[in-house]
Design a protein around this ligand. Structure first.
Ligand code: ADP
Ligand code: MG
Length: 650
């Protein structure tokens, strides 16, 4: 049975699936749902979308709006009180409102406007959980249907967790999990799915760290280089290094010269100047006649690093998926030669069969975006090599020790001189017109603006997506472009270059612009639907502005100002302090999971904490067992399987 044999899958749709890397039944069934919508009946008014049961429905008004779509206003009784409900753009629902006196509404309460914005209507209580796969051009229900059809032909892979662990915690078995995640019936199923997911995530992460640590205990060859040359390089820099930059550099230089294999995580807030530290480590390694590979999570960032590195160092090469074949060949020749060089690349080269001669140092930038899996893979492939990780998502030291077990830790806390704080402000959607005036003022001065939405396309029509944002901000009278992970890499780089050259003034983007982008005249970032993001991500995004000497602004736009968690961003500007706060307020779950799941349930943080502790202990034991049995190769497959394939998809 092949994918093309499934009923309801014509050649056109097949191509679409192929485009997403789904080529056979296995790929289809192993697909991870992006989120679940639970139509659980609300027992009180909540601010998120939720299901409500209403009675005594009376249509008050049906109005044609300017853009010729229709707005239906009706009054109905909810929890013994009358409320106003509004449906936008779905005139055909008038029929249902007239026919039924009681309905189930999937709606969001808009506090400031005092009405419910209705998204969906049901005449019977929908008891199903809706599974969302979130492909732009493939319908969710089609996917569900195809998976149902494919299941009988699917041979479930073996359980990948140790059997005794599955039984001990009564986790869903792997085969059961694979079915249930596509066909959950109720909230309890969701919890079971979540429990297995979160356990596995923590377990494998800890497992691979523990394994890394065991592997790392082997020593390496000392690197020899001239410290005088390094100092010359530092003295020629256009700025003076900060104290913390100097400290970290000294440690790294010392470790490069020792037999100890470096496995160091350098934490530094956005803009703290991590790149130059990486370049100095590269220089030292190259002076010792070794090669360096620097990995960046996105093509945009890799290209940016390349352009910068070229200014400071000789023999720098860029290898990304959009490099032409011919050029690639030349680069590969260089890589296979003895010559020391710095290769800047995206993760795609990780899994290629390229072998790098004399690799002395691997640098992984913005490591929070790289799975431990990928790291572990490199470690295995180049056992003699030093590794440095850089992250702009500070994690409190106490937590870092547990979650990055195998790594040494350095912090860059001092900021380069003259850095201005980014002014952060919480506003509501209704203040957007005023915000637009503000944007105009600054655009007129040649400044540039990022507008970030959480969705490329929002089928539910409830959140800001690229189109909706373009429509809203399109009338400012400046050049605008949209950018998201769905674009081809070449297109992304082109757009970013145009933005850098000011041919584009406003960039409507998803979080692809999250990491590392350094554009001096971009002074304003507007984050729409700000409640959708974790604090760490928001802080990362904030770092996209405030990179030059102009005053910069960060606007967090949401439906209500009433948000403790977001408010804190107005006062705390420092990533380390923020991380401490978040740890206290949210527990370690936020950092450890980074899960973009649809589960918004406050109890789960406690649950996550608990699961993490057990998973971590179990994994360490298991790693020792595996290392002793010398069968750790077996796990590279799992490693690839669970690696976060889609981290670049936004
Ligand atoms: P990040 O830590 O976020 O990766 P970057 O390395 O991109 O930060 O540095 C941000 C900017 O600060 C760059 O333009 C860089 O040249 C500059 N910079 C780095 N170190 C210093 C310093 N010690 N003094 C002044 N500017 C610096
Ligand atoms: Mg950086």
């Amino acid at each position: 049975m092949e994918l093309k044999d499934l009923k309801g899958l014509g050649p056109k749709t097949l191509t679409k699936f192929n485009n997403y890397g789904i080529n056979n039944l296995n790929d289809l069934i192993l697909l991870e749902p992006k989120k679940y919508i639970s139509y659980n009946l609300n027992k009180e008014i909540k601010f998120d979308l939720g299901l409500y049961y209403v009675t005594e429905i009376n249509i008050a008004k049906v109005t044609k709006m300017k853009n010729s779509s229709v707005m239906i206003i009706f009054i109905a009784k909810l929890f013994n009180k009358k409320y106003r409900f509004i449906i936008f753009g779905k005139e055909y629902l008038v029929y249902m409102l007239n026919k039924y006196k009681e309905l189930y509404l999937y709606a969001r309460y808009e506090l400031e406007k005092n009405y419910f914005n209705v998204n969906k209507i049901f005449n019977n209580k929908p008891n199903e959980i809706k599974v969302i796969y979130n492909f732009k051009d493939i319908n969710d229900s089609l996917i569900t249907k195809l998976i149902k059809e494919a299941f009988p032909y699917f041979k479930a892979p073996n359980e990948r967790l140790p059997q005794d662990i599955v039984s001990k915690y009564k986790l869903l078995t792997y085969d059961k999990y694979l079915i249930l995640k596509h066909f959950p019936n109720n909230d309890d199923d969701l919890k079971q799915i979540y429990r297995r997911q979160i356990y596995e995530k923590f377990f494998w992460r800890s497992f691979f760290y523990a394994l890394l640590k065991i592997r790392n205990n082997k020593s390496k060859e000392k690197k020899e280089f001239s410290l005088i040359k390094i100092n010359e390089f530092i003295n020629k820099l256009p700025f003076k290094l900060t104290i913390d930059q100097e400290k970290v550099i000294n440690i790294i230089l010392e470790e490069l010269q020792s037999e100890k294999r470096i496995n160091r995580l350098v934490e530094g807030d956005v803009g703290s100047g991590k790149t130059i530290v990486a370049l100095i480590a590269s220089l030292a390694t190259m002076l010792s006649d070794n090669k360096v590979v620097m990995l960046a999570p996105t093509i945009i960032l890799a290209t940016q690093h390349y352009n910068l590195a070229k200014k400071y160092l000789n023999d720098v090469y860029l290898l990304t998926s959009n490099i032409k074949e011919k050029e690639k060949k030349t680069i590969i020749q260089e890589i296979n030669s003895e010559k020391p060089l710095l290769l800047i690349a995206t993760h795609s080269i990780l899994y290629s069969d390229i072998n790098i001669t004399n690799l002395g140092l691997i640098i992984i930038d913005e490591q929070q975006r790289f799975g431990v899996i990928q790291r572990s893979y490199l470690q295995k492939k180049y056992p003699k090599c030093d590794t440095l990780y850089f992250t702009a998502t500070p994690i409190p030291r106490s937590l870092a020790m547990t979650c990055y077990g195998g790594l040494d830790l350095s912090e860059i806390k001092t900021k380069p001189e003259g850095r201005k704080e980014v002014k952060t402000k919480l506003i509501t959607d209704s203040q957007i017109p005023k915000l637009k005036d503000f944007l105009k003022e600054h655009l007129a001065k040649g400044e540039q603006v990022f507008i970030v939405c959480s969705q490329i396309k929002d089928e539910e029509n409830d959140l800001w997506d690229l189109d909706k944002a373009s429509l809203e901000f399109g009338d400012l009278g400046y050049e605008m472009a949209k950018i998201s992970g769905k674009l081809k890499d070449k297109e992304k780089v082109e757009i970013m270059n145009k933005f850098k050259n000011k041919e584009i003034n406003i960039l409507i983007a998803t979080t692809v612009i999250e990491v590392g982008i350094d554009i001096k005249d971009a002074t304003i970032l507007v984050l729409l639907d700000a409640t959708r993001y974790g604090l760490a991500t928001i802080h990362q995004l904030r770092g996209r502005v405030g990179r030059g000497d102009k005053k910069s602004y960060f606007f967090l736009v949401s439906k209500s100002l009433n948000n403790e968690r977001l408010k804190i961003l107005e006062t705390i500007n420092d990533g380390f302090t923020l991380a401490e706060y978040d740890l206290k307020y949210r527990g370690p779950g936020e950092f450890l999971s980074h899960m973009q799941s649809g589960f918004i349930d406050n109890d789960l943080t406690e649950l996550e904490k608990k699961i993490y502790k057990y998973a971590n202990d179990d994994a360490k034991m298991f790693a020792i067992e595996v290392a002793n049995s010398n069968s750790d190769d077996k796990y590279n497959k799992i490693l690839e399987e669970i690696s976060t394939k889609d981290y670049e998809n936004n």
